[in-house]
Design a protein around this ligand. Structure first.
Ligand code: C2E
Ligand code: MG
Ligand code: MG
Ligand code: MG
Length: 274
């Protein structure tokens, strides 16, 4: 009977929902404990000047060293950390650890370079955000010129106050990059007015560069546009020589991707430093 089936469906969905929220609750508790028990760690993916193979920076990417599950990727927990607000303390830890590590490398005598740190909208919405960045730079004694914050286009759409925020960060001396560039909907007019230092061309554009002429033309347009707006340009998700060649040919000189190096723990990535 339809009525029974309706009831079964209802039951099916409530069970599924219960499972889902249980799972979420489990992760949420797990995340909270992970913070207390220091189960997060940073990996670092180098950014290259592609022509010379010189490393010009590193991006810090968080991982969760789970006691049972092993290394958990951020794709599995960042959005939940955002939903629950746990991204605020987690983001604080990430930023501080990244600055500390960069300072450690400088103290060991490596050529100073910029460390890029991903920042969520929830962190930016916190009215103390700029103060917090300042505080961490002060505590870690890292020169602000060696820190770059990666934000996404969506953050600038939603936030009118984002203009003032970016200006404050600019005055502080840290740089700002637009991550996953091209996947959002920011207007060029708006971008042009903001103190942004560089754009990171999203992997999805890089993927088909060498197979689809349209995609190639699109990437070429993004590179030119970025330069015309006064931004530096880096491409992410480069997996092949052909992709790197295409990008270099069209004046995108910096790149990041598995073709050059995967994200690595600190002790491994520093072996690649110049
Ligand atoms: P993202 O910031 O765009 O980082 C690039 C992601 O692409 C990283 O995944 C990186 O490992 C991966 N990647 C780099 N090169 C290649 C490549 O050649 N091929 C492929 N298939 N992938 C490549 P990851 O580390 O899993 O991070 C995923 C996303 O999670 C990041 O995307 C970022 O949005 C977020 N995330 C990571 N760490 C943090 C963090 O500390 N805070 C916040 N708020 N978000 C973070
Ligand atoms: Mg990023
Ligand atoms: Mg990205
Ligand atoms: Mg991203």
């Amino acid at each position: 009977l339809a009525k029974d089936r309706g009831k079964n469906n209802y039951q099916f969905y409530t069970n599924k929902l219960q499972e889902l929220s249980l799972w979420k609750l489990e992760i949420e508790n797990g995340l909270r404990k992970a913070l207390e028990n220091h189960q997060f760690e940073l990996h670092f993916q180098p950014q290259f000047e592609m022509e010379t193979g010189m490393i010009v920076g590193v991006e810090a990417l968080v991982r969760w060293q789970h006691p049972d599950k092993g290394l958990v990727s951020p794709a599995e927990f960042i959005s939940l950390a955002e939903e629950t607000g746990l991204i605020v303390p987690l983001g604080y830890w990430v930023l501080k650890e990244a600055c500390l590590q960069n300072k450690r490398w400088q103290n060991s005598g490596y050529n100073p370079m910029v460390i890029s740190v991903n920042v969520s909208v929830r962190q930016l919405q916190n009215e103390n955000f700029v103060e917090m960045v300042k505080d961490i730079l002060c505590q870690t004694n890292l020169d602000p010129c060696y820190l770059e914050l990666e934000i996404t286009e969506s953050m600038m759409l939603t936030q009118e106050s984002s203009t003032s925020l970016l200006k404050q960060l600019n005055e502080l001396g840290v740089s700002v990059a637009i991550d996953d560039f091209g996947t959002g909907y920011s207007s060029l007019c708006r971008l042009k007015q903001l103190p942004i230092d560089r754009i990171k061309i999203d992997k999805s554009f890089v993927d088909d560069i060498d197979h689809h002429p349209n995609q190639g033309a699109m990437v070429k347009t993004i590179i030119d546009m970025g330069h015309n707006l006064g931004f530096r340009v880096i491409a992410e998700g480069i997996e092949t020589q052909a992709q790197a060649d295409f990008l270099m040919k069209h004046e995108c000189l910096h790149g990041q991707g598995y073709y050059f190096s995967k994200p690595l723990p600190a002790v491994q990535v520093e072996k690649l430093f110049n």
